[in-house]
Design a protein around this ligand. Structure first.
Ligand code: PRX
Length: 639
């Protein structure tokens, strides 16, 4: 039991009201339950116009003392991390809080020995191994700002992120195992560094390499060092002091896609992020000490940051970290893991649910899932069919499902039921967490009041873990999130509120796709496609996809229609893989002679979307187009 855990619906209503009436008092009381080096002078100051938001100003802390040190006396021998390898026959690892403390301390010393200092940016490009958690916490321990890059991203994506953050240090692995494949991470990093222009960025000073796959890698003298060798040089008994962090010092940067071509570095703070990630973890999942909690996300995404590492560890939880994929060695892997460790709380993505429900039922039936108490989903809307399957086949009708809506920018879960405590409804994220003030706005920017309403989802009051800036470009943060509506944070999502005030997220209203729960900007995709020598212009839209939620549909204009259309398609797909990564590869490519445009030259995506969706009888008025004749051609060539 946690002092700030809400146990009844009545209590939720009380807490919610309090968080609206007196937000400062509300959050101050919660913050009292954390370890601080110095308490705050002021709970909150804010101005969305700038934007500037400060929580717990004047406070000093180190988040890792809350994730590790404060647990050592009472639960040092409890398991902090269960690590399940990609191959089920390989030895797993159980890491206690005491062991975590030693590992993080050693990792922190290694980083210091390499020259990393407070405020330095460190890129992490690793597989899902315990050392990724150690590395993340070690950065936080010494005040370095980590920027984790998902292991599926390409060399070009790494280069862009290293450059944008001016990261002088990279931590990687020789390779990582994912299903039957092994991914050569270190050589991708080498490629990224080679592409960096020394004129623009003076360069990466050190690359720390953790051995995992034992594949051969190139080690550049002076620059590249092995983790296992550096570890020999540091003590496992002498502990270094955790760096003093000011409340608003950045804890990490995490890049995410937006509606422009360039991914933006979302910056999170130290104190606010700590309080909110922990508070939301304990309440949404109704975690109780001793529960085994399994979040299937990758640490490369915000879900892994907040709900594999920071939130659970600050709550002293046992967090299960899985290296592999849901379909290896077969599609029963998640359920076998639940059975093996008697998992109580399972948090996964609708895409995973949809792909697993299409697999052999025997894979589910063979596992004993009776330990499960709570199920969760994240990252994209869940359709009713998938929700029902999750509820009956996995939860056996006994487990509440928390459909958690949030974003990289929000840092923590914003709208969700609290498992078994507040009402839930299939396909609805349901109610806002205490401290979260959502509102719906119409196309004129006016707030739509009352139930049975629909609009663009905004948040009208600060919450502790909200985005503080976009790295190196504060104006972009203002422009993207705070300029659309006066005095509100705009989420980019459409939303409706039902007759009981429950919220349902209907999907992005901007040029961002959500493919298998991964956020991809259409502009980013188009830029990549346009790099191909034969391509003149392209337009990318999403279309409903049974498994991925959304699929990528690309309309491409070439200099002349390619003779070998299939060959050209494959080339474009592999180009996108190289430039962004496999997650972004187009599902369908249609070569077209023109794109429907307005008289001012803007591509009419609405029409392209309708064609991709197959709703050609709902194109609306096309007479105002510059080139209405092109629409017929686009429809005829639909793939
Ligand atoms: O469109 C919403 C969708 O995912 C977007 C955020 O993506 P990202 O920053 O990558 O973070 C994903 C993990 C938190 C949102 O703008 N989304 C996220 N959760 C849900 C969702 N859509 C519907 N229901 C959800 N539960």
């Amino acid at each position: 039991m946690y002092p700030f855990q809400i146990k009844t619906y009545e209590d939720y209503k009380r807490q919610y009201q309090k968080s609206i009436d007196t937000p400062e008092d509300f959050w101050e009381e919660i913050a009292e339950h954390f370890t601080w080096k110095k308490k705050w002078d002021k709970v909150l100051s804010w101005d969305f116009k700038k934007p500037e938001v400060k929580w717990f100003e004047g406070a000093q802390l180190n988040f890792t003392e809350n994730c590790i040190d404060r647990h050592l006396e009472s639960k040092g021998d409890d398991t902090a991390i269960i690590w399940e390898p990609n191959n089920p026959n390989e030895q797993n690892r159980l890491i206690t809080y005491n062991e975590l403390s030693i590992e993080v301390n050693q990792f922190a010393q290694i980083l210091k020995n390499l020259g990393v200092q407070k405020g330095d940016r460190v890129c992490l490009y690793m597989g899902m191994i315990p050392e990724l958690t150690f590395a993340t916490l070690a950065c936080a321990r010494i005040g370095a700002i980590h920027s984790v890059i998902f292991g599926g991203f390409s060399a070009k994506s790494i280069k862009d992120r290293v450059l944008d953050a001016e990261a002088e240090y990279i931590i990687t692995c020789d390779g990582s195992f994912r299903g039957a494949k092994s991914i050569p991470l270190k050589s991708v990093v080498d490629e990224a560094i080679e592409e960096l222009d020394p004129e623009i960025f003076s360069g990466v000073k050190k690359v720390l390499v953790v051995k995992r796959t034992e594949e051969e890698v190139r080690m550049k003298a002076e620059r590249d060092v092995w983790y296992h060798e550096e570890k020999q040089k540091v003590s496992d008994t002498i502990f270094i002091e955790a760096e003093v962090m000011e409340a608003e010092d950045p804890l990490f940067i995490l890049y995410t896609s937006g509606s422009t071509g360039k991914p933006k570095g979302v910056v999170h703070s130290s104190a606010g992020y700590m309080v909110y990630s922990t508070y939301s973890f304990v309440n949404v999942f109704q975690y109780n000490p001793g529960d085994i909690y399994f979040c299937t996300a990758d640490v490369g995404w915000i879900t892994g940051h907040s709900y594999i590492i920071y939130g659970p560890l600050a709550a002293g939880a046992t967090s299960l970290m899985f290296e592999g994929i849901p379909t290896y060695p077969d599609s029963g892997r998640f359920w076998d893991i639940v059975d093996k460790y008697k998992v109580n709380i399972l948090y996964t993505a609708p895409t995973a649910i949809r792909s697993l429900m299409a697999c052999d039922n025997a894979c589910v039936e063979r596992a004993d899932l009776s330990s499960l108490k709570v199920l969760g989903t994240v990252g994209e809307p869940i359709n009713d069919e998938a929700w029902q399957w999750y509820h009956t086949k996995i939860g056996k009708g006994n487990c509440p499902i928390v459909d958690t809506w949030w974003q990289t920018e929000t840092g923590g879960i914003m709208i969700s039921s609290l498992a078994g405590v507040t009402p839930e409804r299939s396909t609805f994220a349901s109610l806002p967490l205490p401290g979260v003030q959502p509102c719906l706005v119409d196309e004129h920017g006016k707030e739509v009041e009352g139930n049975n309403a629909q609009g663009n989802l905004c948040i009208k009051f600060p919450w502790p873990s909200m985005i503080r800036t976009t790295w190196g470009d504060h104006e972009r943060c203002r422009q993207v999130y705070f300029s659309a509506y006066d005095n509100k944070y705009f989420t980019g999502d459409g939303c409706l509120r039902d007759e009981n005030g429950l919220y349902r997220i209907t999907g992005r209203v901007d040029d961002v796709l959500n493919v298998s729960g991964h956020r991809i900007g259409t502009a980013e995709l188009e830029n990549a496609i346009n790099e191909h020598a034969i391509v003149i212009e392209s337009a990318v839209v999403g279309y409903p996809h049974d498994i991925k939620g959304q699929g990528v549909y690309a309309y491409v204009i070439c200099e002349k229609m390619p003779k070998d259309a299939e060959g050209a398609r494959q080339e474009i797909i592999s180009l996108v893989r190289d430039i962004i990564g496999p997650v972004a590869k187009p599902d369908k490519i249609q070569f077209v002679s023109g794109l429907p445009k307005t008289r001012s030259g803007k591509i009419m995506r609405r029409i392209l979307r309708k064609v991709a969706e197959g709703e050609i009888d709902q194109l609306g008025d096309i007479s105002t187009l510059l080139n209405p004749e092109v629409v017929e051609v686009v429809i005829l060539g639909r793939v």
